[in-house]
Design a protein around this ligand. Structure first.
Ligand SMILES: [Fe+2]
Ligand SMILES: [Fe+2]
Length: 271
């Protein structure tokens, strides 16, 4: 796992059923590397999930073109309006005239403020149902997140669960599979990322978070894809216990996670 100093794009990968992964990594100075994933569902109404890093625009558009011609793209699912998820949205809309952006009500407001025209957007909300190209997709709110508009999704047909920022990890360097990082690096990286990206976990009701993690387990996905971790086969059996042990046991995490040093307390409690 070599460290990186600039963002890199990895080759396109098939991950589950009709889903393809457009993987990239960005360096996080002093903390390692963070995966930044986009997904494509290749069906009769092609759907893209998130739009990658602006710093990798040419490479990212080239990878996307290996799966679907942007002219044929019908849907662009935006998990939330952070820069690492909408980095190429405006540029893509220019070359994808048929594509409509799917986002939550709050997401629509944030994207409108960023200059995306309302007529190019359609609202979906957690708990709803989206039917596209003969497929059923379930919008979900992940157990934790860094923006309230966040929309994950579950595809019961291919058993794929996309969790946005949830279950991400800061890793020492780019890997193709999460397990390639090793058990300890994965655990530490997930706890670090959750503490940095969702500091409110330190104040959350532990039983409530535990119940949410358990409810997600009932989905029994065959593949879990975070925006910020390579796909994990099965997935929740590996990932949820790490978060549960870090934030729901032993008194939970520190109340103030502003200082990165406080992450060590969480790691100690999770060991
Ligand atoms: Fe985010
Ligand atoms: Fe993110």
């Amino acid at each position: 796992m070599a460290s990186i100093e600039t963002p890199i794009m990895q080759p396109l990968r098939a991950i589950a059923g009709d889903w393809k992964l457009l993987p990239s990594f960005m360096p996080v100075p002093g903390m390692g590397a963070l995966a930044v994933n986009s997904l494509v569902l290749n069906c009769s109404e092609p759907l893209l999930v998130d739009t990658g890093l602006a710093a990798l625009r040419d490479d990212w558009l080239e990878r996307l073109g290996e799966v679907v011609d942007p002219v044929d793209l019908k849907w662009i699912w935006i998990s939330h309006a952070d820069a690492d998820h909408v980095g190429n949205l405006a540029a893509l809309l220019e070359v994808a005239p048929s594509a409509k952006v799917l986002t939550s009500f709050l997401g629509m407001g944030k994207l409108a403020m960023a200059g995306i025209r309302p007529e190019r957007m359609q609202i979906v909300e957690p708990g709803g149902l989206l039917e596209i190209g003969g497929r059923r997709l379930l919008p979900i709110r992940p157990p934790y997140y860094d923006a309230p508009e966040t929309l994950g999704l579950f595809d019961p047909g291919d058993g794929l669960l996309f969790t946005a920022d949830c279950y991400g990890a800061l890793l020492p360097g780019p890997v193709e599979r999460a397990e390639d990082a090793g058990v300890q690096a994965l655990r530490e990286g997930m706890v670090q990322w959750s503490a940095v990206d969702s500091p409110w976990l330190g104040q959350v009701d532990r039983d409530g978070l535990g119940a949410t993690l358990k409810a997600f387990g009932a989905l029994a996905p065959q593949c879990v894809v975070s925006s910020h971790l390579p796909p994990v086969a099965g997935g929740l059996e590996t990932l949820s216990p790490i978060i549960f042990n870090a934030w729901c046991r032993n008194g939970g995490g520190p109340a103030d996670t502003f200082h990165v040093e406080a992450v060590a307390d969480v790691l100690h409690a999770a060991a």
